[in-house]
Design a protein around this ligand. Structure first.
Ligand code: IMP
Length: 398
C-alpha cells in the first residue's frame, strides 16, 4: 500500500503530525516538492521537533527520501541533520542527485524579487531555485561533484540576474561544494532506488509540502509557491508512475489559515481571529509570521479535494474551535452569480455563509455533524480526527 498525504488549504494543516501518525505502517517517506519553505512541527517522545527538509518519518526510523522535485538548501539540511543526531536520532535519508541546490544567490534573489512582486514568500530561495531550473542554469545535487559544471551554471545564473562577480561566484561554489560533500553517502538516483523499492514491495508514504491552494497551477496564482504541491506533483517530483498511489489523504483544519499575501475570501479580523490564532498557535513554523485566520471555505475545499483526487480526509485541530456557539462556514461564493467552485479570479467573490452549531468536546454530536458536512462537500470520508498536539490525541474512524 502506498499513500500520498497532501494539504487541502494554504499549508499548515498539520500534515507533519498526520504523516508522523501514519508513518508506522510505511518503510519509506518520500518528499517531492518545495524545500525549507515548509515547516513541520512534530511532537516525538515529548519533544518538539521542527523539520523543514527531512521527512518527519525519520523520527520513527523510517527512510526519508528528498526527491528530485525539491529545492534543497544544504546549510538548512546540515542544521537539521545535526539537531536530530544531538537527540540520538540517526536520520536515514536518500537525497536525489537531480534535486536542485539552493545557493546564497537564490536567497538574495528571493528577497529582491519579493520586494518587487509582493507575494510574501518565505525568502528561502525556493522561487529562484525553480526559476534557474526552468531557465536551465540550475545546479543539481549531482552537478556539485563536477567543479566545471557547477561554476559554469552559477556564472550563467548570476549573469542572467545581473549579479555576477567572479570572486563571489567562486567563493559560493566552494561553500556549496563543502556543504553538499558532507552528504555524499546519501546522494543517489532516487528515481531508480524508489521504483526498485516499490517493485520489491516496500510501502511508501508520499509526503506533500505546502498545499493544494498554493500549487503553482491550481492555487491562487500568483500568490502561490513555485511547485506542484497537489498529489500529481509526486509523479514528476519523484519519477514514479501514477499507478503506484493507492490512496490520497487530504489534510485540513475546520477553519483556515494563510501566511503571506493573496486572496482569502473568508478571512476574519479582530478578537475572534486573535483568539483562534493564539489558541491554535497559528504562527509560521518557518518564518514565525502570524498566520491570517478565516472560516472554512467550501468552494476552495471542493476544488482542492477535486484536483488533489482525495480519497480520505484527516481533520486536524478540532479542539481549537471547541467552545464556540456557532461556526460560520462559506457554502458558496457570490461572484455576480452563485458559484460552488472558485472561479479563476476569486478576489471579487463574497462568501455566502451558513452557521453550524459548535461543539464542546470530541464526543459532541455537533462535531460529528460538522464532520459529515465536510465529507459530503469534499466527496471523501473523514478517516482521522486530531484534537491535540500529541500523537495520542488522534482518533481513527472506521
Ligand atoms: P515561497 O514558497 O517561499 O516562494 O512562498 C510563496 C507563498 O507560499 C507565500 O505566501 C508563503 O507564505 C507560502 N508558503 C510557502 N511554504 C509554506 C508552508 O509550508 N506553509 C504555509 N505557507 C507556505
Amino acid at each position: 500500500m502506498n499513500i500520498a498525504v497532501i494539504g487541502l488549504q494554504f499549508g499548515d494543516e498539520g500534515k507533519g503530525k498526520i504523516v508522523d501518525y501514519l508513518a508506522e505502517d510505511f518503510d519509506i517517506i518520500a518528499r517531492y516538492s518545495g524545500g525549507s519553505n515548509a515547516g513541520h512541527s512534530v511532537l516525538h517522545n515529548g519533544k518538539k521537533f521542527k523539520l523543514h527538509l527531512i521527512p518527519s518519518g525519520v523520527l520513527r526510523g523510517k527512510i526519508g527520501v528528498l526527491g528530485n522535485g525539491m529545492a534543497i538548501d544544504f546549510s538548512v539540511l546540515d542544521e537539521e541533520f545535526s539537531s536530530l543526531k544531538e537527540e540520538g536520532i540517526e536520520p536515514r535519508i536518500k537525497i536525489s542527485s537531480r534535486a536542485h541546490v539552493v545557493t546564497s544567490f537564490h536567497k538574495i534573489m528571493d528577497e529582491r524579487e519579493d520586494e518587487i512582486i509582493g507575494i510574501g514568500t518565505t525568502r528561502r530561495g525556493i522561487g529562484p531555485t525553480y526559476e534557474t531550473k526552468v531557465k536551465r542554469v540550475g545546479i543539481r545535487v549531482g552537478d556539485v561533484f563536477d567543479d566545471n559544471v557547477m561554476l559554469k551554471r552559477l556564472k550563467l545564473a548570476t549573469k542572467l540576474w545581473g549579479i555576477y562577480y567572479e570572486k563571489e561566484v567562486e567563493k559560493e561554489a566552494r561553500a556549496i561544494k563543502e556543504q553538499v560533500r558532507k552528504f555524499k553517502e546519501f546522494i543517489v538516483d532516487t528515481e531508480i532506488w524508489l521504483n526498485e523499492a516499490i517493485r520489491a514491495g516496500k510501502n511508501v508514504l508520499f509526503e506533500g509540502s505546502q498545499a493544494a491552494l498554493l500549487d503553482v497551477d491550481f492555487g491562487t496564482y500568483p500568490f502561490v509557491t513555485s511547485s506542484n504541491t497537489i498529489s500529481g506533483g509526486m509523479l514528476s517530483g519523484l519519477g514514479v508512475p501514477p499507478r503506484v498511489i493507492d490512496k490520497i489523504v487530504g489534510v485540513m483544519k475546520p477553519y483556515m489559515t494563510r501566511v503571506g499575501a493573496g486572496p482569502f475570501p473568508t478571512e476574519i479580523f479582530g478578537d475572534i481571529a486573535k483568539e483562534l490564532r493564539d489558541k491554535g498557535n497559528e504562527y509560521g513554523a518557518t518564518t514565525g509570521r502570524p498566520r491570517r485566520i478565516g472560516w472554512l471555505d467550501l468552494p476552495l475545499l471542493r476544488y482542492a479535494a477535486l484536483v488533489g483526487g482525495v480519497d480520505e480526509i484527516a481533520l486536524t485541530k478540532v479542539d481549537i474551535l471547541e467552545g464556540m456557539k456557532k461556526i460560520p462556514v462559506a457554502f458558496e461564493y457570490d461572484c455576480n452569480g452563485k458559484r460552488k467552485y472558485p472561479p479563476l479570479h476569486i478576489e471579487n467573490c463574497k462568501p455566502i455563509y451558513n452557521e453550524l452549531d459548535g461543539w464542546e468536546s470530541i464526543e459532541d454530536d455537533n462535531l460529528w455533524n460538522y464532520v459529515r458536512m465536510i465529507e459530503k462537500e469534499a466527496g471523501a470520508k473523514v478517516r482521522i480526527v486530531s484534537y491535540g498536539a500529541s500523537r495520542e490525541d488522534t482518533k481513527l474512524i472506521g
